[in-house]
Design a protein around this ligand. Structure first.
Ligand code: BGC
Length: 444
């Protein structure tokens, strides 16, 4: 990596509220779909419930000190809707204590010289809104607007960089279509209207944030390069379908104001006049999460494709379905720049990282070379894409801390910092030291 190119990137680390905060009933917090999901037996692989875990609700000062020690420019965290409006969808009254906790975090970050970058929605929908249809219901986008405005009224004088909706693809495909994540519904392609309502939620909220002084109000999208299992026509067809549903279904409406052809899925998007203008209004940046490519072949099941291991690729702690192929990140970025041209604003890599098997407790620095290699090689891919002309403004490691990996509980560790999930003890890993030194070198 050339130091000069690295110098032009903003560096960040990311977390999300439900994954690190613990303290699920503290200070009047209400329930989200993730509370219901983790409290239902057998949903989470190790039976864990996101508590106590990193317990960042009580240890926010330690997190800020770790960020300051890393030297990151920014910290991407998320705000819990049900801390701010505990009974959203029922009485809707604001919980000042919930806002206070994010105000403390924001003020602490600013005092430490780290720019706060809150995400307003990282998967934790209030339960009453889910009972009313969740993201299948257009009204959820408007309720999100109410909540976002409450947060902007309190923090908008200090927060200038916002993310709106995180990974609508994961919510729609894993949450509503396949039932792997909350709310655990298995609607297959009937889940697709949830895409439109999440994108609409972004489109409604971004102008309001700008009215509150934001210089950035963007969604974060997860993308994967889709590889056909072979060059056979059926495999290419399966790869085309998955590329449509996982990538173009999100990028096309945001960047070109149109959905791709969805006739193969038998679904009509519930578009109302004016929606596509809201959704495709330009954003300052494009938030881009990338972890791995996906290899597919056709399937006879109700879903016409299935994922298979990517031949020849090393894998992360998740095994064969999380192959390590940094070249695919570079290729995807370059393809995107060609596909969307000047409609694509500068990209911020808002998540990139990997889990590897690590001990539950430690008293000394751990992390073998795997995570450092993964991050170094993916950052190299980002720099290569940048050198090839793709506008890229920032790079963010997922994650600052080991945290609650959704249905995988505590079993997958992505952190630059090891966390003992019983005591909350934080121990920086070798990759923390690597990232700190890299940022320092880029700034020298
Ligand atoms: C999500 C994170 C998650 C990470 C690793 C992303 O899909 O935004 O919440 O922990 O990937 O799976």
């Amino acid at each position: 990596m050339t130091a000069e190119t690295a110098r032009s990137l903003h560096f960040s680390a990311a977390t999300s509220a439900f994954q690190i905060e613990g303290a699920r009933t503290a200070d009047g917090r209400g329930r989200s779909i993730w509370d219901d999901f983790v409290d239902t037996p057998r949903n989470v692989i190790d039976g864990s419930t996101a508590e106590p875990g990193p317990d960042s609700f009580h240890r926010v000062d330690e997190d800020i000190a770790l960020l300051a020690g890393l030297g990151v420019d920014r910290y991407r965290f998320s705000i819990s809707w049900t801390r701010v409006i505990p009974e959203a969808g029922m009485n809707g009254s604001v919980n000042e204590a919930g806002l206070d906790c994010y105000e403390r975090l924001v003020d602490g970050l600013l005092a430490a010289g780290v720019t706060p970058e809150p995400t307003l929605y990282h998967w934790d929908l209030p339960v009453a809104l889910e009972a009313a249809g969740g993201w299948l219901n257009r009204d959820t986008a408007h309720r999100f607007g109410d909540y976002a405005e409450v947060v902007a009224d309190r923090l908008g004088d200090r927060v200038r960089h916002w993310y709106t909706i995180n990974e609508p693809a994961s919510t729609s495909l894993q949450g509503y279509a396949l039932g792997e994540l909350a709310p655990g519904r298995s609607l297959l392609f009937e889940a697709l209207p949830t895409v439109h309502h999440q994108l609409l939620a972004h489109g409604l909220v971004a102008p309001m944030l700008r009215d509150h002084g934001a210089v950035q109000a963007a969604p974060t999208l997860n993308h994967s390069l889709i590889l056909p299992a072979t060059e056979a026509e059926e495999d290419l067809g399966a790869a085309g379908l998955l590329d449509t549903i996982m990538n173009r279904l999100f990028a096309d409406p945001l960047l070109s104001g149109r959905y791709p052809d969805l006739s193969a899925f038998g679904v009509q998007m519930p578009i109302v006049d004016g929606d596509m203008d809201l959704i495709s209004a330009p954003n300052e940046v494009y938030g881009f999460n990338y972890y791995n490519p996906i290899t597919v072949r056709p399937s006879a099941g109700p879903v016409p494709f299935e994922m298979v291991p990517t031949p020849g690729a090393p894998v992360t702690g998740f095994g064969p379905m999380w192959p390590i192929r940094p070249d695919t990140m570079r290729d995807f970025l370059i393809d995107m720049a060609h596909r969307y041209g000047s409609a694509l604003p500068p990209i911020v890599i808002t998540e990139n990282g990997a889990s590897f098997p690590e001990p539950e407790t430690t008293t000394t620095e751990i992390d073998y070379s795997d995570r450092i290699d993964y991050l170094n090689d993916h950052l190299g891919a980002v720099i290569d894409a940048k050198s090839a002309g793709v506008r890229i403004d920032g790079y963010t490691v997922w994650s600052l801390l080991d945290n609650f990996e959704w249905a995988d509980g505590w079993s997958q560790r992505f952190g630059l910092v090891h966390v003992d999930m019983h005591t909350g003890t934080r121990t920086p890993k070798a990759s923390y030291r690597w990232y700190r030194d890299l940022i320092a070198a880029a700034r020298s």
